[in-house]
Design a protein around this ligand. Structure first.
Ligand code: ADP
Ligand code: MG
Length: 234
């Protein structure tokens, strides 16, 4: 096995997160530990309210834990200020959300280009990469269409391409198939799997995908379950 496959991209140790105060506090996470390696797609299951979104947001640098340690791509997130977290989200994490999150007035190509604009990638390199990514997700012929002119499955493919724009170390997907029919959802999950298992110049990313669609769990390399704020069986 090559070194790239075994490299730990996400390390979560004893993470706690509560919302609210005292008697009315909701303890969303109560000591979560997990690891995800490069080239590995880990599915996170658990009923609604079990803390999946909270955990993904913390791992992706969108939220901070009350306690515990989170490392992404070898970086201890506790050591990052707001700018550092911004750079983490821009440069090392690709997000895919249930509701796609595309910008309606931009074309598919422009949406995919947004993260590269934020990083001030040279326009020519950006255009080339946009074409490459749209081809990768099977939408080369739809580059000029706006989200409203695409199906849900196509929109989510654009979102996956956008998530890959800056060659992230980690893909975070929160119920990425939640708004899609079963067949389309399966295709999107297969796409995520192909991305994580594919060839990448700088090594494959890791992926952490929250889903409560049990039919998709077969496509994961590993399935973890959140229950009562902890990973079940740990
Ligand atoms: N911003 C918030 N304020 C208060 N409570 C929250 C907030 N976000 C999540 N929660 C609570 O934390 C728990 C976990 O929520 P969440 O992480 O969204 O779970 P899941 O994604 O598995 O459905 C739930 O009880 C939810 O109501
Ligand atoms: Mg959720």
């Amino acid at each position: 096995m090559s070194r790239a496959i075994t490299e730990t991209m996400v390390r979560v140790e004893d993470v706690h997160k509560s919302y609210g105060r005292a008697a009315t506090a909701v303890h969303a996470l109560r000591g979560v530990c997990l690891e995800v390696r490069r080239g590995e797609l880990v599915a996170l299951k658990g009923r609604s309210g079990s803390g999946k979104t909270t955990l993904l947001n913390i791992v992706g640098g969108l939220d901070t834990p009350d306690r515990g340690r989170v490392e992404v791509d070898g970086l201890d997130l506790a050591g990052l200020d707001e700018d550092g977290l911004l750079a983490l989200r821009r440069d090392r994490v690709g997000f895919v959300f249930q509701s796609f999150g595309l910008i309606p007035i931009l074309t598919a190509a422009e949406n995919v280009g947004v993260p590269m604009r934020l990083r001030r990638t040279d326009p020519r390199a950006r255009e080339e990469r946009v074409q490459l990514l749209l081809s990768l997700v099977g939408l080369a012929d739809h580059a000029a269409q706006r989200p409203g002119e695409l199906s849900g499955g196509q929109q989510q493919r654009v979102a996956v391409a956008r998530a890959l724009a800056n060659d992230p170390a980690l893909l975070v997907a929160d119920e990425p198939t939640g708004q899609l029919d079963a067949e389309t959802g399966h295709a999107v999950m297969e796409l995520l799997r192909a991305v994580v298992h594919g060839d990448h110049p700088s090594g494959p990313p890791a992926a952490l995908v929250a889903t409560h669609d049990t039919t998709l769990l077969d496509l994961a390399d590993r399935v973890l379950e959140l229950r009562d704020g902890r990973i079940a069986g740990h």
